[in-house]
Write a protein that binds this ligand. Structure first.
Ligand SMILES: Cc1cc2nc3c(=O)[nH]c(=O)nc-3n(C[C@H](O)[C@H](O)[C@H](O)COP(=O)(O)OP(=O)(O)OC[C@H]3O[C@@H](n4cnc5c(N)ncnc54)[C@H](O)[C@@H]3O)c2cc1C
Length: 408
């Protein structure tokens, strides 16, 4: 039997479900229509800020962080149930201040920031007043191997001077985005995992150039967007460095572990919503003499979807539980597994739902096409599948070798 969640987490779950029905799903169209007006394209739909205030006043806020001081003291296991619900809508995570990359950036500031950095950047992020970016990936190198990173962070007197080109900096175009966490090299002559550092760069620092918004299968994801950002002789005080020179890799590892599990949790929600839409559509339509819902081929798709979702959810929950028990490092094989398994399932289920919707499925009239595009990126963001497959195999072989030597 599955471990139970606390009555507090259970109550939050019910409240979240109600909030989704009452406010989030109805707001999706309003957000879309607002953003379709070219004058509004890179501005914030007022309904988003209104709903943020409402969610905050109801205590549905910062649920992601497993600490009473900053979050709500939920375990990862409990948060898995809640994050899944938020994942059902692409606009929801931000409304509960639980969206990437801000959650990861807040975790970095909580874990590695000093008091001044926390005061200046963490507090407004926790309040949902500003937004942030994580600027690691670069266009000219294979960034899934972070040792390749080329951006320079060079100390000159009491400042660091940053030069480099980044892309896929999610959130950079958002007018509320005020701070970047930039990864670069402070010492290219150090050993490979000690060359990188992370530094806080206010977005209004001279030399930051937003070159262009990138599109995902044609979606620009306005008003947050994903940008190519150039750092041209950007100067910040040395006090902006996080943790210390050469500690960037350590921070990246600490940041990406929790982020990956959150992506997986939301992916389950995407699959659940797609299955709901699939069934509802099949109930409505009739073709070749019977309702779609009565056709065996559709029923097989429904059953296969349920099977896949439950397997992915169980793996996600057991991973969350292992993180709670032993920490993210001990659960790294499981984290890698859900990072691969969940997007696959989400894509399968969304694809089936698209098919059952016919032409409507790929249109803007249903959320499926956008969810599909989003789920496809999950196989790349925070480490492509191939990199996680490599890690799983490595850990599996290591365990086998260890066990064998014990038996012999
Ligand atoms: C929508 C979206 C949002 C993103 N947001 C951010 C963000 O906010 N901040 C940020 O810094 N980055 C962000 N990224 C970038 C993302 O994290 C990178 O794209 C990802 O880490 C892969 O790096 P890369 O694109 O350089 O691919 P590469 O490193 O060039 O890898 C390309 C491909 O090579 C193959 N490959 C790599 N390693 C191996 C291996 N060991 N064995 C076999 N095959 C391998 C894989 O198929 C991989 O997909 C985002 C990307 C997308 C699409």
């Amino acid at each position: 039997m599955l471990k139970e969640i606390s009555s507090y987490a259970e109550r939050l779950k019910v409240e979240l479900l109600d909030f989704m029905e009452e406010y989030i799903y109805p707001a999706e169209k309003e957000v879309e229509e607002y953003l379709e007006n070219p004058e509004n394209r890179w501005t914030i739909p007022p309904i988003i800020e209104e709903l943020k205030q409402k969610a905050k006043s109801q205590g549905l806020w910062n649920l992601f962080y497993a600490d009473d001081n900053y979050g709500k003291g939920l375990t990862n296991y409990e948060y898995a149930y809640l994050c899944e619900i938020m994942g059902r809508s692409l606009i929801a995570p931000e409304i509960f201040n639980c969206n990437a990359p801000d959650t990861g950036n807040m975790e970095v500031l909580i874990k590695y920031g000093n008091e001044e950095q926390k005061q200046e950047w963490l507090t407004p992020l926790l309040e949902g007043e500003i937004r942030s970016i994580f600027s690691m990936t670069e266009p000219t190198i294979a960034s899934s191997d972070a040792t390749n990173i080329q951006t320079e962070i060079i100390r000159v007197g009491n400042e660091y001077v940053i030069n480099g080109k980044k892309w896929w900096s999610t959130g950079a175009i958002d007018p509320r985005c005020k701070i970047a966490i930039v990864m670069g090299k402070t010492d290219p002559s150090a050993e490979p995992h000690k060359q990188q550092s992370m530094i806080l760069v206010p977005m209004d620092t001279p030399g930051i150039e937003i070159k262009r918004p990138l599109k995902v299968f044609g979606y620009d994801h306005a008003p947050t967007g994903h940008a190519e950002v150039h750092y041209n002789n950007v100067r910040v005080p040395i006090s902006n460095l996080l943790l210390g020179e050469g500690r960037g890799f350590e921070i990246a590892q600490g940041r990406l572990g929790p982020g990956r599990i959150h992506h997986a949790m939301r992916g389950i929600g995407q699959a659940e919503r797609a299955l709901d839409l699939l069934i509802d559509r099949a109930e409505e339509r009739e073709a070749f003499g019977s309702k779609l819902i009565d056709k065996d081929v559709i029923r097989v798709q429904i059953a296969e979807s349920r099977l896949e979702i439950e397997q992915a959810r169980l793996l996600t929950l057991s991973t969350a539980h292992k993180i709670d028990q032993y920490g993210a490092k001990a659960a790294r094989k499981e984290i890698a597994m859900i990072k691969i398994a969940v997007p696959r399932v989400a894509l399968n289920v969304i694809d089936r739902a698209i098919e059952v919707h016919g032409g409507g499925g790929v249109s803007q009239d249903f959320p499926l096409a956008e969810h599909y595009a989003h789920a496809r990126t999950l196989r790349i963001v925070d480490g492509p599948d191939q990199v996680h497959i490599r890690d799983i195999a490595k850990l599996e072989i290591r365990e086998r070798r260890k066990n064998k030597s014990i038996k012999l």
